[in-house]
Ligand binder design. Structure first.
Ligand code: FES
Length: 164
Protein backbone atom coordinates (compact mmCIF):
# COMPACT_ATOMS: atom_id res chain seq x y z
CA UNK A 1 0.00 0.00 0.00
CA UNK A 2 1.34 3.41 -0.97
CA UNK A 3 2.19 5.62 2.04
CA UNK A 4 1.93 9.38 2.45
CA UNK A 5 5.51 9.68 1.16
CA UNK A 6 4.57 8.56 -2.30
CA UNK A 7 5.53 11.22 -4.88
CA UNK A 8 3.82 11.21 -8.21
CA UNK A 9 5.85 11.43 -11.39
CA UNK A 10 4.53 14.97 -11.98
CA UNK A 11 5.54 16.15 -8.46
CA UNK A 12 8.96 14.56 -8.90
CA UNK A 13 9.54 16.51 -12.13
CA UNK A 14 8.36 19.75 -10.46
CA UNK A 15 10.65 19.24 -7.49
CA UNK A 16 13.62 18.32 -9.66
CA UNK A 17 13.08 21.33 -11.91
CA UNK A 18 12.86 23.66 -8.89
CA UNK A 19 16.04 22.19 -7.40
CA UNK A 20 17.97 22.51 -10.66
CA UNK A 21 16.68 26.07 -11.08
CA UNK A 22 17.84 27.00 -7.57
CA UNK A 23 21.25 25.43 -8.22
CA UNK A 24 21.72 27.31 -11.51
CA UNK A 25 20.62 30.53 -9.80
CA UNK A 26 23.25 30.06 -7.10
CA UNK A 27 25.98 29.19 -9.64
CA UNK A 28 25.26 32.44 -11.50
CA UNK A 29 24.59 34.69 -8.50
CA UNK A 30 27.51 33.83 -6.21
CA UNK A 31 30.33 34.80 -8.63
CA UNK A 32 28.33 37.85 -9.77
CA UNK A 33 27.95 39.10 -6.19
CA UNK A 34 31.60 38.32 -5.45
CA UNK A 35 32.59 40.24 -8.60
CA UNK A 36 30.56 43.28 -7.53
CA UNK A 37 31.77 43.31 -3.93
CA UNK A 38 35.45 42.42 -4.53
CA UNK A 39 36.76 45.78 -5.86
CA UNK A 40 35.27 47.63 -2.92
CA UNK A 41 37.22 45.43 -0.53
CA UNK A 42 40.56 45.77 -2.30
CA UNK A 43 42.99 48.30 -0.86
CA UNK A 44 44.51 50.94 -3.11
CA UNK A 45 48.18 50.12 -2.59
CA UNK A 46 50.73 51.91 -4.77
CA UNK A 47 53.83 50.54 -3.03
CA UNK A 48 55.85 48.50 -5.56
CA UNK A 49 59.19 47.90 -7.27
CA UNK A 50 59.01 49.64 -10.64
CA UNK A 51 61.39 48.77 -13.52
CA UNK A 52 63.09 51.69 -15.30
CA UNK A 53 65.04 49.80 -17.96
CA UNK A 54 68.44 48.20 -18.45
CA UNK A 55 71.06 49.64 -16.13
CA UNK A 56 73.72 49.32 -18.86
CA UNK A 57 71.69 51.73 -21.04
CA UNK A 58 72.34 54.56 -18.56
CA UNK A 59 75.73 56.26 -18.85
CA UNK A 60 77.69 56.99 -15.70
CA UNK A 61 77.63 60.70 -14.80
CA UNK A 62 74.87 61.69 -17.26
CA UNK A 63 71.28 62.13 -16.04
CA UNK A 64 68.84 60.42 -18.41
CA UNK A 65 65.05 60.62 -18.38
CA UNK A 66 62.84 57.59 -17.74
CA UNK A 67 59.13 57.26 -17.15
CA UNK A 68 56.58 54.80 -15.87
CA UNK A 69 52.88 54.59 -15.09
CA UNK A 70 51.09 53.31 -12.02
CA UNK A 71 47.40 52.53 -11.76
CA UNK A 72 45.48 52.99 -8.56
CA UNK A 73 42.31 50.98 -8.09
CA UNK A 74 39.96 52.48 -5.55
CA UNK A 75 36.73 50.51 -5.41
CA UNK A 76 35.40 50.62 -8.97
CA UNK A 77 37.51 53.60 -9.96
CA UNK A 78 40.85 53.09 -11.73
CA UNK A 79 43.26 55.99 -12.18
CA UNK A 80 46.44 55.74 -14.27
CA UNK A 81 49.18 58.22 -13.37
CA UNK A 82 52.40 58.89 -15.28
CA UNK A 83 55.67 59.67 -13.52
CA UNK A 84 58.97 60.98 -14.84
CA UNK A 85 62.39 60.58 -13.29
CA UNK A 86 66.06 61.19 -14.10
CA UNK A 87 68.44 58.27 -13.67
CA UNK A 88 71.97 59.25 -12.67
CA UNK A 89 74.54 56.50 -12.31
CA UNK A 90 77.07 58.04 -9.95
CA UNK A 91 79.43 55.01 -10.24
CA UNK A 92 79.49 51.39 -11.47
CA UNK A 93 77.57 50.32 -8.37
CA UNK A 94 75.61 53.40 -7.25
CA UNK A 95 72.57 54.92 -8.92
CA UNK A 96 70.55 57.94 -7.91
CA UNK A 97 67.04 58.42 -9.32
CA UNK A 98 65.45 61.87 -9.07
CA UNK A 99 61.81 62.78 -9.56
CA UNK A 100 61.33 65.29 -12.36
CA UNK A 101 58.59 67.03 -10.35
CA UNK A 102 59.67 70.45 -9.12
CA UNK A 103 59.29 70.76 -5.35
CA UNK A 104 57.86 74.27 -5.73
CA UNK A 105 54.52 73.73 -7.49
CA UNK A 106 55.05 70.47 -9.35
CA UNK A 107 56.07 71.48 -12.91
CA UNK A 108 58.43 69.09 -14.69
CA UNK A 109 62.11 70.04 -14.66
CA UNK A 110 64.43 69.49 -17.64
CA UNK A 111 68.11 68.58 -17.64
CA UNK A 112 70.49 71.04 -19.34
CA UNK A 113 73.83 69.28 -19.88
CA UNK A 114 75.61 72.53 -20.87
CA UNK A 115 74.72 74.14 -17.52
CA UNK A 116 74.80 70.84 -15.55
CA UNK A 117 71.47 71.86 -14.01
CA UNK A 118 67.84 70.79 -13.94
CA UNK A 119 65.75 73.86 -14.70
CA UNK A 120 62.06 74.30 -13.97
CA UNK A 121 60.23 76.12 -16.79
CA UNK A 122 57.54 77.55 -14.49
CA UNK A 123 59.47 79.88 -12.15
CA UNK A 124 63.09 79.33 -13.28
CA UNK A 125 64.21 77.17 -10.37
CA UNK A 126 67.61 75.55 -10.75
CA UNK A 127 68.65 72.23 -9.22
CA UNK A 128 72.12 70.71 -9.21
CA UNK A 129 72.97 67.33 -10.75
CA UNK A 130 72.12 65.55 -7.46
CA UNK A 131 68.84 67.44 -7.08
CA UNK A 132 70.00 70.11 -4.62
CA UNK A 133 68.38 73.56 -4.90
CA UNK A 134 70.71 76.10 -6.59
CA UNK A 135 68.22 78.93 -7.04
CA UNK A 136 64.58 79.94 -7.25
CA UNK A 137 61.57 79.27 -5.01
CA UNK A 138 61.68 75.47 -4.34
CA UNK A 139 61.65 74.71 -0.61
CA UNK A 140 63.65 71.46 -0.87
CA UNK A 141 65.72 69.30 -3.25
CA UNK A 142 64.13 67.07 -5.90
CA UNK A 143 62.63 63.90 -4.41
CA UNK A 144 65.06 61.02 -4.73
CA UNK A 145 65.42 57.25 -4.73
CA UNK A 146 68.79 55.98 -3.53
CA UNK A 147 70.38 53.31 -1.31
CA UNK A 148 67.90 50.52 -0.56
CA UNK A 149 65.16 52.25 -2.61
CA UNK A 150 67.10 51.25 -5.75
CA UNK A 151 68.00 47.73 -6.87
CA UNK A 152 69.25 45.91 -9.97
CA UNK A 153 67.90 42.48 -10.88
CA UNK A 154 68.96 40.61 -14.04
CA UNK A 155 70.47 43.85 -15.30
CA UNK A 156 67.22 45.82 -14.88
CA UNK A 157 67.12 48.91 -12.69
CA UNK A 158 64.18 49.15 -10.26
CA UNK A 159 63.05 51.83 -7.80
CA UNK A 160 60.89 51.21 -4.77
CA UNK A 161 57.98 53.47 -5.57
CA UNK A 162 55.90 54.45 -2.55
CA UNK A 163 53.24 56.41 -4.39
CA UNK A 164 52.78 60.15 -4.66
S1 FES B 1 57.01 75.03 -10.09
FE1 FES B 1 59.13 74.90 -10.37
S2 FES B 1 59.84 76.83 -9.80
FE2 FES B 1 57.73 76.96 -9.48
Amino acid sequence: MAGSHHISRRDFIKLTTAAVGTFIGAVVAVPAIAYLIDPALKSASTDAWVPLGKLAAFEIGKPAPASFTRSIVNGWEKTVNSYGVFVLRTSETETLVLSNKCTHLGCHVNWFADKQEYICPCHDAQFGINGQVLGGPPPRPLDRYSGDQVKVEDGILFIHFLGA
